[in-house]
Design a protein around this ligand. Sequence first.
Ligand SMILES: [Cu+2]
Length: 332
Amino acid sequence: MLNDFPLWPQQASTLAHRVDALYIFLLIITGMMALLVCTLVIYFAARFRKRAGVRAEQIEGSNALEITWSVIPFCIFMVIFAWGAVVYFSQRTPPADATEVYVVAKQWMWKVEHAEGQREINELHVPVGRDVKLIMTSQDVIHSFYIPAFRVKQDVLPGRYTVEWFRATKPGTYHLFCAEYCGTQHSGMVGNIVVLEPAQYEAWINAGPNGPLSDSGEKVFAELGCSTCHRSDVQGRGPNLQGVFGNPVELEDGRTVTADENYLRESILDPGAKRVKGFKPIMPTFQGLLTEEQVNELVAYIKSISSKPAGVKTTASAASQTQAQRNGSQVQ
Ligand SMILES: [Cu+2]
């Protein structure tokens, strides 16, 4: 029904109808309130108009009335809050086994790198019915990755990763917009999201000339000499990076952080920011020496050597064991 309503974008993701339902609820509540206020204004204007011999009477407060008009809106707002929070958290939390796609924004285009190796510009091919996680960064100013038909929008910032996810429900081509004013040709920073049937998608994703992103990352890792310090056979001058991703890392300053994509990124571009416990501050910064694409490749590579068998969740003890091994073998 909504799809025939021209003011509404298509609903093409699992999130779309949930966002719309909340939005329609807000429209109905605010519409009813507006109607109530208008009706009362007109009714009171007529009912209490100035008439000969009738004088207005001053009323001083009414507890019943004030409690009613406080409690009812409070309950309505709590419903909006709880409902909104549920939708928000599912929109913000990518499922663990989602297909990963790296997005680099720049004035004024979207560059896309699939984990499988396919690359594209201002287009994003995704399979229908599968969760897709976008790991996004900007090479210059703030942009925003907006797919109206999926009801997802996320700012894309320079210097860090932000994440967006969706599961497309209908094959087709949908608009992609930049939704954050980013300079003269901002309005031209548009593209297509192409949702394919699984078989078509498999054919498309395997047709590219490039190997997996993690393979490109492995090459960069060797070329830049990362592998001279980060070794996997013996413990080098830097920590063994196998098993680092997704696990807690103990830092020199006593904190423990989880090694997510942003942690890896920061470790490469600003090694001093979070120094791993037990290691000397000898890692040079690679800020300015790498393109955003190369950083993505390195991150994809480090993730690939950390990945656990699908479905196996790291328990806290297994994680700290990995950590202990990584630290323990460092003792010199
Ligand atoms: Cu932009």
